[in-house]
Write a protein that binds this ligand. Structure first.
Ligand code: SF4
Ligand code: FES
Length: 250
């Protein structure tokens, strides 16, 4: 395939940035999207030009690093996959492909297609953990009975990879789907109950402090989430938040 890539180039956080045209030839349909960018970068380097900076690590849908907005969609046109799992067979010869970074005030662009997602880490640090008593009488987690339904829902929530697609897709740049997955992962399990109140209050407050918007129930986040995280998690987090603040029943 011969393609016309239109890629966001931005030298630094302070640079204004612009779209630059990069025609690319002989792209195999079997390449992943990131492999196609690797080929482009090899060509740029061999011409003495600056390669396009983009984030990646595992390249198998686990780490959540590959945050690209492709033709106006987070992680591109496929569903249930990250950018690294997207293949060039989803495109056709002669296509023009716009490639931009995830955009949100709380996720500023560092360079080209790379955004700073440390605001998401700080939300996680505010409460996305359980403290474990290691005094010698710690109960074996496998010995604590948990209803199957709750275990499944908690596991589903735990599959959030923190990619930020939900935030980039939301018209309000809301992090509610992400944060609700992190809260739900613990709120459904007995191990998560000890710090439940502080967790939800601290994580929601941090989310607001970092400049993420609120949820207006559009549901775009759920559609674009590569891990199928459900909007039900947002309802659960809202119940947890109300109960933690006002003592309402969950
Ligand atoms: S909820 Fe989905 S889209 Fe949002 S950070 Fe988690 S995996 Fe990514
Ligand atoms: S590179 Fe790890 S999820 Fe894409």
């Amino acid at each position: 395939m011969n393609l016309n890539l239109k890629i966001w180039r931005q030298k630094s956080k302070k640079d204004k940035g612009k779209i630059v045209d990069y025609p690319i030839a002989n792209v195999s349909e079997h390449m992943s999207f990131l492999e196609m960018l690797d080929v482009l970068n090899e060509e740029l380097v061999s011409k003495g030009e600056e390669p396009v900076a983009f984030d990646h690590d595992c390249r198998e849908g686990i780490c959540g690093m590959c945050s690209l907005y492709i033709n106006g969609e987070a992680h591109g046109p496929d569903r249930g996959v990250t950018t690294c799992q997207l293949h060039m067979r989803k495109f056709k010869d002669g296509d023009t492909i716009f490639i931009e970074p995830f955009r949100a005030t709380a996720l500023p662009v560092i360079k080209d297609l790379i955004v700073d997602r440390s605001s998401m880490d700080r939300i996680q640090q505010a409460g996305g953990f359980v403290s474990v008593n290691t005094s010698g009488n710690t109960q074996d987690a496998n010995a604590i009975p948990i209803p199957k339904e709750n275990a499944d829902l908690a596991f589903d929530a735990a599959t959030c990879i923190g990619c930020g697609a939900c935030i980039a897709t939301c018209k309000n740049s809301s992090a509610m789907l992400y944060v609700s997955a992190k809260v739900s992962q613990f709120s459904l399990l007995p191990q998560g109950q000890v710090e439940a109140k502080d967790r939800v209050i601290n994580m929601v407050n941090k989310m607001d402090e970092e400049g993420f918007g609120n949820c207006t129930n559009t549901g775009a986040c759920e559609v674009e989430c590569p891990k199928g995280i459900s909007l039900d998690n947002i309802s659960r987090m809202n119940r947890e938040f109300l109960s933690a603040n006002f003592g309402l029943k969950k």
